[in-house]
Design a protein around this ligand. Sequence first.
Ligand code: HEM
Length: 319
Amino acid sequence: MQAASVIRWPQPITEYIGFIGSLLPAGAIGFRYVVMRGAIARGAGASADATRRRVYSDTARRAAMIGLIGVAVAIALMLYQLPGLAARRHTTVADLVTHTAAVELQGGFLLLALIGFALALRGTNAGWPLATVGFLAALLRNGLLGEWKDLANPIHVLSAGLWIGTLFVMLAAGISVVLRNEVAREERGAIVSDMVYSFSPLALAAAAVLVVFGVIIAWEHLHVLSNLWSTPYGIALIVKLCFVAMVFALGAWNWRRQKPTLGTEPAALALRRSATSEVLVAALVLAATAVLLSIPAPRVKKPAAVPSAVPTALPAISP
Ligand code: HEM
């Protein structure tokens, strides 16, 4: 079996870029609405309230910047892929953009998300709700079009974003800002603890949804269990699942072993190290997924499918 020959390059690269465009905004939203909100509520009685407010406003802006980068990547990738999609559909880009509901919805809502994150970056209150509505509507646009059966992949991506994306944003925009803040020196350990305790329930729920929809998508593609070990697609899925098992193991370690020790700065530093490993292995899961998406799934015999209107994850367009 020549695994290399079944991979349709450069599709894994565009898929990976597409994941960045989905997971960063989802993570920014998860961080703002779950981690920060939870941490603010937990620390409401803390002695240094004003200090905390300043720290949280800093972390919110950094999270908005990460979300903005993600949406900008998604838009850039969509623009890059439109000519290819138009050619495959024997039409023009202008026609595609103005006459294909999925493309119109994706483009319009991504623009809304971009404006929302830009406003949030400036500290404008309306920014976060706009960004959230825009991003969720762009990702789950199949639902808006009544194509419910095509929602499994976007929900899988959304839950991956709310778990791994939020963890990434918590590390890059939350914990790193807190641990560098001189004014909040006395409070650093407690603030990180409040963030991690607020993140945990989101991570557990998102991981459960991720697995449920992962299994559904896998079953839709494999059709029979033996395809798991007898086809290149199935073997790529096994490789992915090995990395997934490592992410779950690291997540369980952080949850059961690291989280209960939190409260001090050394414990926060240790948590940051192990959570960074979790994000790095998750990056390998995404690499395996990008390859998986570029390998033809073992389909049941039926008439050749017309390429879907636009990709299931935000930007990547199926060839
Ligand atoms: C850390 C855990 C996981 C992450 C971060 C992750 C991430 C992703 C992402 C981003 C996609 C791309 C979806 C798209 O573009 O349409 C995807 C697809 C997929 N995932 Fe996962 N996933 C994880 C766990 C799982 C699990 C546990 C399973 C199965 C039991 C699974 C099975 C699949 C399948 C079958 C696809 C679809 C591939 C295709 O459309 O050909 N994933 N995953």
